[in-house]
Design a protein around this ligand. Structure first.
Ligand SMILES: [Zn+2]
Ligand SMILES: [Zn+2]
Length: 266
């Protein structure tokens, strides 16, 4: 059976990825993919918010880079998307972004638990030592629930990102997961089964088996993503991701065309 689409990958415009979209597409074809999607970090309303995303005036360039890959690799279906940071109060901005180009889907991700702290930043690792781990996880999942409830996203990115550096609360997180997944179900959000976690300190796919099991029970669909920041990361560890999803009970994942979803078997 065909590999499921890899719907999470980046471009050098975000300033922490290498390789052009055509290089990612070439790699995808080599690996036997029939569909991929670019979902680079979208601009914030203020370009000086941080330094790990494209600037607003680069949006057209981003679209053109993806269009070039589509032209050069007609045998591969290539979707145009963005990974958008969800921060409370940004909803209007996200709607504006959605109106500018014909995107296929939006991945809503929470990286920021406050305006100044992205929990996955290796440059802000010391913050973790000053914070209560449970509080960080619960703030994160509150925001992830709000992201799902916003109705702005087809996919929720790497749902248990706070585990990245191995900081895990001793308290049971099941209630946090339940609240989030109920919102995801209600607002038709898919979960990004994201293999990047295997390349981080947590050495585990995002989200965990426990979250995926709960998601399956509730009927929350999934997508697959390598979160590639370099061409050689395209499709990385998809075997493990597919095995995990199958072992939980999933046989289908989603793909998106102009923000309409379709189920595909994997
Ligand atoms: Zn990134
Ligand atoms: Zn992300």
């Amino acid at each position: 059976m065909a590999l499921p689409p890899d719907l999470h990958m980046h471009t050098p415009l975000c300033r922490h990825a290498t390789g052009e979209p055509v290089d990612y597409a070439r790699r995808a074809v080599e690996l036997g993919f029939t569909e991929i999607g670019f979902s680079d970090h979208s601009p914030m309303r203020r370009d000086d918010f941080d330094d790990w995303r494209m600037r607003f005036d680069q949006l057209g360039e981003y679209v053109e880079k993806v269009r070039k890959a589509q032209r050069d690799f007609p045998q591969l279906t290539i979707r145009l998307a963005m990974e958008v940071d969800y921060l409370p109060g940004q909803e209007e901005w996200i709607r504006e972004l959605a109106s500018l180009h014909p995107l296929d889907y939006f991945i809503g991700s929470v990286h920021y638990v406050s305006d100044s702290w992205a929990i996955d930043s290796p440059y802000k690792l010391s913050e973790w030592k000053n914070r209560d781990v449970w509080e960080v996880w619960s703030t994160y999942f509150d925001r992830l629930t709000m992201a799902a409830e916003s109705g702005l996203f087809e996919i929720i990115g790497h749902a248990d990102l706070p585990k990245k550096f191995g900081y895990r609360p001793t308290r049971d997180c099941t209630p946090l997961y339940e609240t989030f997944l109920n919102a995801a179900k209600k607002h038709h959000c898919a979960l990004d089964v994201n293999t990047a976690g295997l390349r981080k300190d947590c050495k585990e796919i995002y989200p965990s088996r426990q979250i995926l099991e709960l998601a399956f029970q509730k009927g929350v669909p999934i997508t697959f993503g390598s979160d590639a920041h370099a061409p050689e990361e395209v499709g990385m560890n998809f075997k493990e991701a597919i095995e995990l999803a199958r072992s939980v009970g999933y046989t289908e994942c989603l793909r998106f065309v102009r923000r309409q979803r379709e189920f595909v078997k994997f």
